[in-house]
Design a protein around this ligand. Structure first.
Ligand SMILES: CC(C)(COP(=O)(O)OP(=O)(O)OC[C@H]1O[C@@H](n2cnc3c(N)ncnc32)[C@H](O)[C@@H]1OP(=O)(O)O)[C@@H](O)C(=O)NCCC(=O)NCCS
Length: 385
């Protein structure tokens, strides 16, 4: 493969970038919004080969929650290669360059939604947690009286939703605490406001949707968050209202999937939908960013063909609020970067990975200490990017 150079997108790259995106995402008569070229809170890069722009990628400046800790997390998107150069190794190099850039920026974690999970798996990413899509024929939606006042809010009132969202940042690992900028992007993408419904004062649930133009078609909910059981009942009440003139309503639920636990019925479909993938770019950096509440120590080796610096072995010592990582001579626990990234976030957990033979341990004490630092958790990411 001829040498590739990565650089920031410049206004003169618009035409070649658009050409690449037409083939990859947009089709040839699309008019992409300005956000494609300039998105606050994200950085767009291009790659040149022989003086021609041949690939693009965007890195969002996100965080991922992990208990009390917030890990810097680069959300990778619009990875695309010019059609003639595909399958020549350019795409893999683009991802490797992005990982190196994130490491240099002190960002120990990366996340993405894959076009093919297997391709990103070969670059060290792995599916973490579960994103369930629930799809219910409108006539099967449960009739629930929520008991909370429901009202419409405007995207400018995003701060009303914030405490509810913040509860999920604490409850699930992998959640991005939102900035005002990000709220605006979610509630009014490209400046076009979605409908926002809020239940309770203060909010115990909210629902974001863009009404489908198709009368009596399926209505997808863009985002739904509930903080309390009352909030979940109010969410169901909102769904019943939305379903009045639709054939089906669909939405996403986090791994604990309350709908299945209480409301499953004939013709309800539940499927795994676009699960988020995570990857640790910097193993010691990611471990140091954790926020333990007890103490312990263990040694670990992380096999990573793309970023060999991650291997170690590492001696990890932790006490409340602090993790020290230093080079070690040998490791009690050995796992690859995909399994490590899952254990780091907590689903599947380190104990599950060990049971499945994906983490080898020569010491039950070390495994306990590592599992206490990276406890089992539900992993969920509300951002779509
Ligand atoms: C997806 C894309 C970025 C990949 O880039 P690329 O330069 O074509 O890919 P690479 O040459 O680096 O990698 C291809 C290699 O990956 C490997 N590969 C392909 N599919 C794979 C899979 N499912 N699992 C593991 N490895 C796979 C193969 O070895 C393949 O090599 P081969 O052509 O010799 O068989 C590019 O094809 C593209 O722009 N597609 C359209 C846009 C898109 O889907 N972007 C992703 C958005 S998340």
């Amino acid at each position: 493969m001829k040498p590739l150079t990565m650089r920031d997108f410049a206004p003169t790259d618009r035409e070649p970038a658009l050409r690449i995106w037409e083939d990859a995402f947009l089709g040839d008569n699309a008019e992409p919004s300005e956000e494609w070229f300039s998105l606050p809170g994200a950085r767009l890069f291009v790659w040149e080969q022989g003086g021609e722009v041949c690939a693009t990628a965007r890195i969002h400046d996100f965080q991922a929650s992990r208990g009390e800790a917030r890990l810097q997390c680069g959300g990778l998107a619009v990875v695309a290669v010019a059609l003639p150069l595909r399958r020549t190794g350019v795409g893999a190099q683009v991802v490797r360059d992005c990982l190196a850039w994130m490491r240099a920026e002190g960002c120990p974690l990366s996340s993405l939604y894959a076009f093919r999970e297997a391709w990103y798996r070969s670059l060290g990413y792995e599916v973490c947690g579960r994103r369930w899509k629930v799809s219910v024929p409108a006539g099967r939606l449960p009739a629930v009286e929520g008991g909370l006042p429901i009202r419409e809010a405007s995207p400018e009132e995003w701060s009303l939703l914030e405490p509810c969202h913040a509860a999920w940042v604490r409850r699930y690992c992998g959640m991005n605490p939102r900035t005002e900028q990000r709220w605006k992007k979610v509630l009014a993408p490209s400046g076009k406001p979605h409908s926002v419904l809020v239940a309770g004062e203060p909010a115990q649930a909210y629902v974001v949707l863009r009404s489908t133009a198709e009368f009596s078609g399926e209505q997808a909910i863009t985002e739904a968050v509930w903080e309390t059981p009352e909030g979940y009942r109010a969410f169901l009440e909102i769904l019943a209202k939305v379903g009045m003139n639709r054939s089906k309503v669909s939405w996403h639920e986090p791994p604990d999937l309350p709908y299945l636990a209480e409301h499953f019925d004939t013709d309800v479909e539940v499927s795994l939908s676009r699960p988020v993938m995570f990857r640790a770019n910097d193993v010691p950096g990611a471990l140091r960013a954790l926020h333990p509440d007890g103490d312990g120590e263990f040694t670990v080796e992380v096999v990573d063909e793309v970023i060999p610096e991650n291997r170690g072995p590492w001696a990890v010592r932790y006490k409340p609020g602090e993790v020290e990582v230093s080079p070690a001579k040998a490791a009690e626990i050995v796992l690859d970067i995909r399994a490590f990234s899952q254990a780091l976030l907590g689903q599947p957990s380190l104990r599950e990975l060990a049971r499945a033979g994906r983490a080898a341990s020569s010491s039950a004490r070390a495994l306990e200490a590592a599992a206490a630092l990276m406890p089992e958790s539900h992993v969920y990411c509300l951002e779509f990017f």
